[in-house]
Design a protein around this ligand. Sequence first.
Ligand code: DHB
Ligand code: FE
Length: 279
Amino acid sequence: MARITAGVATSHVPALGAAIDLGKTREPYWADCFAGYEWTRRWESEQAPDVIVLVYNDHASAFDMNVIPTFAIGCAERYVSADEGWGPRPVPDVIGHADLAWHIAQCCILDEFDMTIINDMAVDHGLTVPLSLMFGQPAQWPARIIPLAVNVVTYPPPSGNRCWLLGEAIARAVASFPEDLNVQIWGTGGMSHQLQGSRAGLINKPWDTAFLDRLTADPEALRGIPHIEYLREAGSEGIELVMWLIMRGALGPGARELHRHYHVPASNTAVGHIVLENG
Ligand code: DHB
Ligand code: FE
């Protein structure tokens, strides 16, 4: 049986990917930020997950105003790195797990979640930066990846509660897949960030810290946070945090915090990272 063993969440700030690609991670501006991922890099190499369901948002790379899927699941064999204006990031192609992805798509759709099925898609920093943070610069990514793209760019994004319920449905789907697979689920994006307008650079550490605390102390309370609270407290792009609730909803009520990291600034945002063991 496939089983979800852990959940990982991290910000996906593109500047972190550029720092890795350009060999700048030990520079004074970046060193402390990257130090917070060392624990996870060691832990991931011990865990050796077979498959990662990687929840992220596309930033007008694969989708634009022509097509805006609320929830899209990648069922392809392979995904290339998107060109976001500076050429594609120099990272390995992302290898999918088509059988499990189609199984999750089928289960979730029959479970009344209307997933969009994607068979051809370039993946942008939302997906590749978390891989680089957790795995560094390998010749091949050490796990197969199922991209799960969520619209958090164009109003209306899904509610946090809907994301949580989708996470629960993904967990049911994974548990009914007959192959013996160690599966992780990752949520990306956040934490506080507002990239534009008069509040650009907004950082709300107390709110971010409370969000991290509640992932284990009171996760049910996170389900009810309305969109307006994310915008007001964590900035306009803080809404990316609803994707962490897909990750959290896929874990059991007894999930345990193994590691946490919080760093300001990276670009003009707060970087948050947490590792949860399923339970
Ligand atoms: C930036 C972009 C993002 O998509 C994000 O999640 C955080 C930061 C940026 O451009 O700095
Ligand atoms: Fe983003």
